[in-house]
Design a protein around this ligand. Structure first.
Ligand code: FE2
Length: 319
């Protein structure tokens, strides 16, 4: 996937003060983020956001992912965006096993009848853990295996007047753990890229590790649930119409709308709790987004996996 640097524009409005001062409001999760009455514009379109797939041969995971693929094909959106953690997992290395997981994902994803735009997640970082038999000298280390299969880990594309940017929200700490961080080379690219995006163009950003999330407030835990330098990215988007941030990682469903400007949506997961049941009481599923003009609405799609696993006697209908 090539990084797109072909648009034009400049920066102006203030996003920084709004986001820094207000924070996200907790509200019941609506099925519609916004709506606009009247007939659909001719540029209306739909896309799917499917995250935390965690594909592996065990636990009937391929069957569950295939059900999600079939459901998406039935709905026939213009494209699919994934939210990372495509495989489970390659952080502990072992080349053959790790490569077979990526191959399984890549082969199955060919079943989508529309383009798929992938995002990298923590479980997709090859060999980064201390216990891995591989290290930095391996060409597939960290982002390498993902890049070999899918291309750049950050990139952009346009669709019917909207601009989509997928970011790489992962890096590795000195003591060989993953961390939610947008590295500087990428942020340099983003700054340059946005110079060529019209300030009015609605932008959707996809990130695996959330930029905005209430997990820690609700659970009293610190950790790697959000990207540490997310504020730096929001600052870069000042002067642009950042409309929606799509997020993965938490395996829960959360929607927020900040200062009448930025929506954020954490899109549940395909894998739930390691294919054993719901995670945080969020049913396995994915998000469908309907875009019409400058507005969008969304709903969470049950692709039937919970019903199927309950039939097989796996897990329960809550966590
Ligand atoms: Fe995940």
């Amino acid at each position: 996937m090539k990084k797109d640097t072909t648009n034009q524009g400049r920066r102006s409005f203030l996003l920084k003060t709004g986001l820094a001062a207000a924070g996200a409001s907790l509200m019941p999760v609506p099925s519609t983020a916004s709506s606009r009455p009247g007939p659909k514009s001719k540029n209306a379109f739909e896309f799917v956001f499917m995250t935390d797939i965690h594909i592996k041969p065990e636990m009937n995971a391929p069957k569950g992912f295939q059900m999600a693929i079939d459901k998406a094909n039935e709905m026939n959106p213009d494209f699919v965006i994934t939210g990372g953690d495509l495989v489970y997992d390659v952080m502990r290395g072992n080349f053959e096993k790790s490569d077979s997981l990526f191959k399984l994902y890549a082969d199955m994803a060919k079943g989508f009848k529309m383009p798929v735009y992938n995002c990298i997640g923590n479980h997709d970082l090859f060999g980064i853990y201390e216990e891995s038999p591989e290290d930095e000298s391996h060409p597939d280390y960290k982002y390498g295996m993902w890049e070999r299969y899918f291309g750049d880990t950050y990139y952009a594309f346009d669709h019917k007047g909207w601009h989509f940017i997928t970011l790489n929200s992962l890096d590795v700490t000195d003591n060989k753990r993953y961390k939610g961080h947008f590295h500087q080379e990428q942020l340099k690219w983003l700054r340059n890229h946005l110079k060529n995006v019209d300030p009015k163009t609605p932008i959707v950003v996809t990130t695996h590790i959330p930029m905005l999330c209430t997990f820690s407030q609700l659970n009293g835990k610190e950790g790697t649930r959000t990207v540490k330098n997310a504020a730096e990215v929001f600052e870069i988007f000042e002067g642009h119409n950042l409309k929606l941030v799509l997020q993965g990682h938490i395996h829960w469903k959360e929607y927020g709308f900040v200062n009448d400007r930025v929506h954020f949506l954490t899109g549940g997961s395909i894998a739930g709790n390691g294919w054993k049941g719901r995670r945080h009481n969020t049913k396995e599923g994915f998000v469908r987004i309907k875009v019409d003009g400058d507005e969008f609405s969304w709903d969470y799609i049950d692709h039937g996996w919970e019903r199927e696993r309950l039939k097989m006697g796996v897990g329960s209908a809550d966590d």
